[in-house]
Design a protein around this ligand. Structure first.
Ligand code: ADP
Ligand code: MG
Length: 212
């Protein structure tokens, strides 16, 4: 079975759970190179999303993702809220009216979501942001599609690429966001936004492991 509406809802719930569990971890990462609010921001945003679940539980995947995006934009301040809001709004545009997603659809979704983040935040690869986790994750999905890899394996490979991208932010000097104010002193710390992006994509791989 492809990724169904219920699976999409379960992914959003899983994001809420994993971001709540990692709230302190994300905050610690942001304390080192930012303002120590990334964990609280993501947790607050997804708690608000979870409160909206009853309204969207019978809707198409596009409406589900669009509602997540609008809720994040309206409840999370700073850089992360608008950027993740854009991520989910773009995901919602690509899935408007859809009741299920194939691997090819999911690639289109992640590609559009990443493009939205890049358009909004203007970060390039190597700037030490969420883009450094999302880009390799998107590229891994493309490679998986070309290799006719199964959906669960493709999602695992995508999450693994995000993890490597996240770890790759450690030596980087930040060139975007608050961390860039630290200049060279931002090196040696893992980027919080790249970390939340990894957690979100890992939640997708875990939630959709039985989809095909
Ligand atoms: P703020 O920096 O406003 O406190 P958060 O702490 O919630 O917001 O989010 C910080 C994260 O946002 C960073 O770790 C980084 O990954 C991401 N980020 C910041 N600026 C940009 C940007 N211009 N493009 C992409 N991601 C960005
Ligand atoms: Mg912050």
């Amino acid at each position: 079975m492809p990724i169904a509406r219920e699976d999409a809802l379960n992914w959003i719930k899983a994001c809420g759970k994993v971001l709540a569990e990692n709230r302190d971890y994300l905050t610690q990462l942001d304390a080192a190179i930012g303002d120590a609010d990334h964990g609280a921001n993501m947790d607050r945003g997804f708690k608000a999303v979870l409160n909206k679940m009853p309204e969207i539980s019978d809707k198409d995947i596009g409406t589900i993702f669009k509602t997540v995006g609008m809720t994040l934009i309206s409840t999370v301040g700073g850089a992360g809220g608008p950027l993740y809001g854009t991520f989910f709004l773009q995901a919602g545009m690509k899935t408007a009216g859809k009741m299920e997603l194939t691997l090819s659809d999911w690639y289109t979704v992640l590609d559009a979501a990443l493009s939205g983040v890049v358009m909004r935040g203007k970060a390039e690869l190597g700037d030490k942001t969420m883009v450094d986790a999302l880009t390799p994750a998107r590229d891994a999905l493309k490679a998986a599609l070309e290799n006719h890899t199964s959906l669960p394996t493709a999602l695992e490979q995508s999450a693994e690429a995000a993890r490597e991208g996240m770890e790759g932010t450690i030596p980087m000097v930040a060139r975007k966001g608050r961390a860039s104010y630290l200049g060279e002193r931002s090196a040696g710390h893992q980027d919080p936004g790249a970390t939340s992006s990894y957690l979100i994509l890992k939640a997708a791989a875990d939630t959709w492991s039985a989809c095909t």
